[in-house]
Ligand binder design. Structure first.
Ligand code: ADP
Ligand code: LRH
Length: 486
């Protein structure tokens, strides 16, 4: 292939995949094509006294996927130029000096960090924390999780993608976009906020030094090359290792002023800016300033996501009801607008448990009665998400002083036509849906650029995404009344 072949390891909270990405020009504008060579489920597991990720199993899937990627490339006479890794943010594994993982990493859905918040805020005022890090308050931000660790002496914390990269290469680094979700990263300087570690009682060298997307981390360890069949000199290149950073890099925007919703387990709703917004009003609205590819600021909020729906599906499946997602959405779409709405950001929804019951209880707290039928519950979730998106985009525009003309929805949730249409209605803006695999595309494109295939900035990468994807457009048709908005 003319533009090179790249392997993207992309693991979300609900599933992971290893993807082979090819950049081709065929004499015309560059395009990216993706082949999913390995897909595997992911979920939190209750083990060893908490909610954790089965990291050993995930890493085994990564190796299986890389072996499959190598084979798929070889079948076409290609070799993989490099590997990039992204996963969900904030979580970490603790590794000894010798490189042993001390335990399977906790999930951010484990409740233990909630009790640590007050103690952290007693040491560092939340206003001071926000002024430095620009990070939204979420009870599971890395700094609160770290406050629950009994003993960090002699250990190093590796964020999940960095842990995978370490096990592939033996090299320890913290990728910068994901570092920005720890609560220990300076949003303006783009460096570790080293002055915060002392007051929090954290060792100064708890995290390895930063690496930027596009920089080469290293090459494969001999044992990994052997297990995957890949050449030992295959490079691992840092990408936007926070999945949301890779997804935003691949939003196929054609203009500057756009809003995005990276829609999966969470909905990450906001704007791309060139500078952080660290005002008190921004803190009050709980907007985050996470670092994007090329030093951009991802100015966004975590709005509840399709976790609300997937957890309902899990509960219904346990009860023997397992409709296809399309069937559920059709039934929900047939219901009239203006039904009950809940706050999708309620911390009561974070832990895994019976979700339909929790949604009905939340509706009851607003004085509404939500029928038990799955279609009504699904419609309530989607109406509530769409309202949350509209409110968040309006807040982001106000707080950043920007007006946007279009909303891009990327990720698994971009396939949810009802949610896309409701979002167009609630925001009063056109919605452009796709690509589904934006995260993997962002991962591949940053690697491709590092290999010299593309030379420009994010607009060029976004043109490559646009050239290779068919997008769906949803217009605000006024199907719901203005009164039902927000
Ligand atoms: P994550 O990266 O957080 O694991 P994804 O981006 O893979 O999430 O998105 C997963 C979500 O996409 C699912 O929870 C589901 O609601 C939605 N989804 C997947 N396939 C479809 C589909 N065919 N139609 C509608 N929604 C879908
Ligand atoms: C989405 C995501 C999000 C984080 C959350 C923990 O997958 O990375 O950006 O806030 O997971």
């Amino acid at each position: 292939v003319d533009g090179g072949v790249f392997a993207a390891v992309d693991i979300g909270a609900s599933s992971g995949r290893v993807i082979l990405g090819r950049i081709s020009t065929d004499g015309g504008p560059a395009r990216a094509t993706l082949d999913v060579v390995h897909r595997f489920p992911n979920a939190v597991v209750q083990s060893d006294g908490g909610l954790r990720w089965d990291f050993d199993a995930l890493f085994a899937e990564v190796l299986t996927g890389l072996a499959a990627a190598g084979k798929a490339a070889a079948e076409r006479g290609d070799t993989i130029t490099s590997i990039g890794i992204d996963t969900w943010a904030v979580d970490y594994g603790l590794v000894t000096k010798g490189g042993e993982l001390t335990a399977q990493p906790y999930s951010y859905r484990d409740e233990r960090s909630r009790a640590a918040v007050a103690g952290v805020h007693g040491k560092l005022d939340p206003a001071r924390l926000y002024g430095t890090t620009g990070l939204q308050f979420l009870q599971f931000n890395t700094l609160y999780q770290l406050a629950t660790e009994p003993d960090l002496d002699g250990l190093q914390a590796l964020l999940i993608p960095d842990l995978i990269a370490f096990m592939l290469t033996g090299q320890r680094r913290t990728e910068a976009t994901n570092a920005s979700t720890t609560g220990l990263f300076d949003a303006v300087a783009g460096e570790w906020a080293s002055e915060l570690f002392g007051p929090l009682g954290l060792p100064k060298d708890l995290f390895p030094p930063l690496i930027q997307p596009g920089e080469t981390l290293g090459t494969l360890l001999p044992g990994i090359a052997e297990r995957t069949g890949l050449p030992q000199d295959t490079k691992v290149v840092a990408v936007g290792s926070h999945d949301t950073a890779s997804a935003v890099a691949a939003v196929p925007a054609e203009q500057e002023n756009f809003a995005y919703i990276s829609s999966g387990t969470w909905s990450l709703v906001g704007l791309e800016l060139h500078h952080p917004v660290l005002t008190e009003a921004s803190r009050a609205a709980n907007f985050t300033n996470e670092r994007g590819v090329d030093g951009t600021t991802r100015y966004l909020r975590n709005v509840g996501g399709l976790w609300l729906l997937s957890e309902c599906q899990r509960t219904w499946a346990d009860e023997g009801y397992r409709p296809a997602i399309g069937e559920l959405l059709d039934a929900a779409a047939a219901l009239p607008p203006g039904g009950p709405r809940i706050n999708p950001d309620d911390p009561a929804f974070i832990a895994p448990d019976n979700m339909p019951d929790r949604i009905r209880a939340a509706a009851r707290n607003t004085g509404a009665v939500l029928p038990a039928e799955p279609a009504a519950v699904v419609r309530c979730i989607l109406d509530s998400l769409a309202a949350g998106y509209a409110r968040t985009i309006a807040d982001a525009e106000r707080l950043a002083g920007v007006a946007v003309g279009v909303v891009h929805i990327v990720g698994g949730g971009s396939q949810n036509g009802l949610l896309c249409q409701l979002t167009a209605e609630a925001t009063g803006k056109p919605v452009i849906a796709g690509p589904v695999e934006a995260t993997a595309l962002g991962n591949v494109l940053v690697q491709a650029r590092a290999a010299g295939v593309a030379t420009g900035g994010l607009p060029e990468l976004r043109r490559i995404v646009g050239a290779g994807t068919s997008l769906r457009r949803y217009e605000p048709l006024g199907l719901i009344s203005n009164a039902a908005r927000n």
